[in-house]
Design a protein around this ligand. Structure first.
Ligand SMILES: [Zn+2]
Length: 695
């Protein structure tokens, strides 16, 4: 599966959990309980000394100082769009997962779990059989689409494709009710685009126009792969582009979608015929065997008016071309080398600048994690996860929560009424660490060794049914939005909980052998980051129970917005590559979380050192405790990124690149200036009480 497909799936996962905020640009896999590799770094503290560029001045470019040598020595591999310390974990982790899967494939008779994950992996690895089948697996669905003659048949097929997670035209999913977050409701939302998001259809700079041309060419070539002559394929591709451009026009952009207030429009199911007279949603729900419900969230109502306008009999052939393309696009990774290469050429090479496709085994490991993640994750946890890491993380979480409470009490811009509510919310945050209490049961999916295409679509059907069946039921807050090997973490505002999968509880985030100062700078800041998400521009709009409900005094809200604007302006000036600036509004929540997280973790460390009577000036590897803390923080973000990927991320990703996550934060923190002796006029300098600060 291409990097972008995988990323879109990740985004989809996050969307399912609605608005969850995480720490990384995209979920990547990682592993736990690997021995800390101190030999490599030559360090006692846990800092990667070999990464440091001593020729750089920490007060003028701390990122270059902390990561300069790492960046020089770790170019982006040919099959990656970027390479960072997260990816090093991913790499090591993939090897563990590969061993698990190869072992399960060989011993499928040993347990039902081995049969599922081993059979799935084996079917993915069987390239010769996939080549031999060619386009045969596509045929029955392509026939169904081509035989559509009226709107009723079109609706049947849209439902069928949705069941298989080919989300043509729009998205339909279940999510916590924003007004009563304990219950699950149905949601219909914008969707159905082949480019990453709305603005890709409308930007007028040469690079964006080039991407659109290449996209249309890619759609055409994919049509050719099912035997459609070039000239006809090219026409169909233009049609697809036209349909998607209409859908994009009526969609909200990524920045607007960060505001939860814009995403809530509850409606009675029986009002839907007025909204989309040409598409009988009630019939669509019947086709999908959806549990009965009366209210749903129409996330972007205008989008559905446009969708309705597209559904005319004159346009039927266009709509069929559009659906065919999305079915082919959703299936490409499951098909022959020709489809896989064509898919990679656009989504990997053009969009992200990757030069080489990942080896098959890596793609099959990722596919198994995507489709049967909690079965693979269960084996992974059995093999690797240590209770010690879990205990230590829990203690750390409690310390950081304590600091947040102190912070709320001590800030001067917030009045007592809002503070009281903030404390109620903070005390209600639930902590989830490692892996789910109960594992997902995949026993109803039929997995066979010799049918990768069928296995994948059956797993998709299982997942879409599982999501649909939640409608009308209480939300199960013990469920996880990430699989255990994931190197990432998230805050879920509708559940008011923070989640740390097993995968992130390892070096460079956490090590039993590293100094506390380094651990606080790394995993401590991550914990602080997630907790702060509950109080960022989006998270603050949800109350202690996860309901979208205003608990702020007006004057406090105004002050909050003024303080946030400082971050919007600061990050909006950063430029990851020439000609591209970061979007200060899109990245506001993550930047707020980074900037809040560092304060919480820093003061938690200071308390810890005081308790243990360790002086802040105590050095290890030549660095004081405070210096170690900031180096531990910065080195998590050492990375190199291809220019194409840097552009793509700046346009779509709510996270700032590593360089600005580091330098943006430390230049707001006077404690950093104190630690490194920075002076007025230095790039990273912040005087006490100066610099952007919300939390
Ligand atoms: Zn985050």
């Amino acid at each position: 599966m291409s990097a972008i497909t995988r990323r879109l799936i990740t985004l989809k996962l996050m969307r399912m959990r609605q608005l969850a905020s995480c720490v990384l640009c995209a979920a990547v896999l990682g592993s736990v309980a690997l021995a800390q590799n101190n030999e490599k770094t030559g360090s006692h503290s846990g800092i990667d000394l070999s990464a440091i560029d001593k020729s750089a001045d920490p007060c003028n470019d701390f990122y270059q100082y902390a990561c300069g040598n790492w960046m020089k020595n770790n170019p982006v591999p040919a099959d990656e769009s970027r390479w960072g310390r997260f990816d090093e974990l991913f790499e090591r982790n993939q090897k563990i997962l590969r061993n698990i899967l190869e072992d399960s494939a060989k011993h499928q008779d040993q347990s039902a779990l081995d049969q599922k994950i081993g059979g799935f992996y084996q079917s993915c690895m069987n390239e010769s059989l996939i080549e031999q089948r060619g386009t045969t697996p596509l045929q029955s669905e392509l026939d169904r689409i081509s035989h559509i003659t009226n709107q009723g048949e079109l609706l049947d097929e849209v439902a069928r494709l949705h069941d298989r997670q080919v989300d043509v035209f729009f998205n339909f999913y279940s999510s916590p009710d924003p007004k009563d977050a304990k219950m699950t409701i149905a949601s219909i939302d914008q969707g159905g685009l082949g480019l990453p998001e709305k603005d890709f259809y409308f930007r007028t700079d040469p690079k964006s126009e080039d991407i659109r041309q290449k996209y249309v060419a890619h759609v055409a070539k994919t049509f050719e792969l099912i035997g459609i002559p070039a000239s006809e394929a090219s026409k169909k591709a233009q049609t697809v582009m036209a349909v998607e451009t209409d859908l994009a026009k009526a969609s909200l952009d990524v920045t607007s979608r960060r505001n939860p207030q814009l995403l809530v429009h509850e409606m009675q199911k029986d009002q839907l015929p007025q909204l989309t007279p040409n598409f009988n949603f009630n019939q669509f729900f019947v086709e999908l065997n959806t549990p009965n419900f009366s209210t749903l969230n129409v996330v972007v109502p205008d989008f559905f008016k446009t969708f309705n306008g597209l559904l005319t009999n004159e346009k039927m052939d266009d709509l069929k071309d559009y659906m065919t393309w999305h079915y082919l696009n959703g299936s490409a990774a499951l098909l022959t080398k020709a489809f896989v290469d064509e898919n990679f050429d656009f989504y990997g090479r053009t969009l992200s600048g990757v030069t080489e496709l990942k080896p098959r085994w890596k793609r099959c490991v990722s596919a198994t994690d995507d489709e049967l993640g909690e079965a693979l994750g269960r084996k992974f946890v059995e093999k690797t996860f240590g209770e010690q890491g879990k205990q230590r993380t829990l203690e750390l979480v409690h310390e950081i929560e304590h600091e947040m409470a102190e912070d709320i009490q001590s800030i001067t811009w917030m009045g007592p009424e809002t503070k009281k509510e903030a404390m109620v919310k903070l005390h209600a945050v639930a902590n989830k660490i490692g892996y789910p209490e109960k594992w997902r049961d995949y026993s109803s999916i039929s997995i066979v060794d010799d049918d990768y295409f069928g296995n994948s679509y059956r797993a998709n059907e299982f997942e879409s049914k599982r999501e649909r069946d939640k409608i009308g039921k209480p939300v199960d807050r013990s469920e996880w939005g990430m699989t255990p090997p994931t190197v990432n973490a998230y805050y879920n505002p509708t559940e008011n909980n923070i989640n740390f999968p097993a995968g992130i509880l390892q070096p460079p985030f956490y090590s039993n052998q590293a100094d506390d100062a380094v651990n606080y700078g790394a995993i401590g800041v991550v914990v602080g980051h997630e907790l702060t998400h509950g109080f960022d521009d989006a998270g603050r709009q949800f109350d202690a129970d996860g309901n979208l409900k205003d608990w702020w005094q007006k004057s406090d809200e105004e002050k909050f917005e003024k303080l946030s604007q400082c971050l919007v302006d600061e990050y909006g000036h950063f430029s990851p590559i020439e000609g591209v600036k970061l979007n200060g509004k899109l990245t506001l929540g993550e930047n707020t979380a980074d900037n809040g997280g560092i304060h919480l973790a820093y003061y938690a460390l200071m308390d810890d050192l005081a308790k243990k009577s360790v002086p802040v000036s105590k050095k290890e590897d030549g660095y004081t405790q405070a210096q170690q803390f900031f180096l531990g923080f910065a080195q998590v973000w050492c990375q190199n990124t291809r220019p194409e990927e840097a552009r793509l991320l700046a346009q779509t990703n709510p996270h700032s690149p590593g360089k600005f996550r580091t330098n943006g934060v430390v230049s707001n923190v006077s404690e950093f200036s104190e630690a490194f002796g920075c002076k007025a006029g230095d790039q990273m300098y912040a005087a006490k009480g100066k610099g952007c600060r919300v939390w």
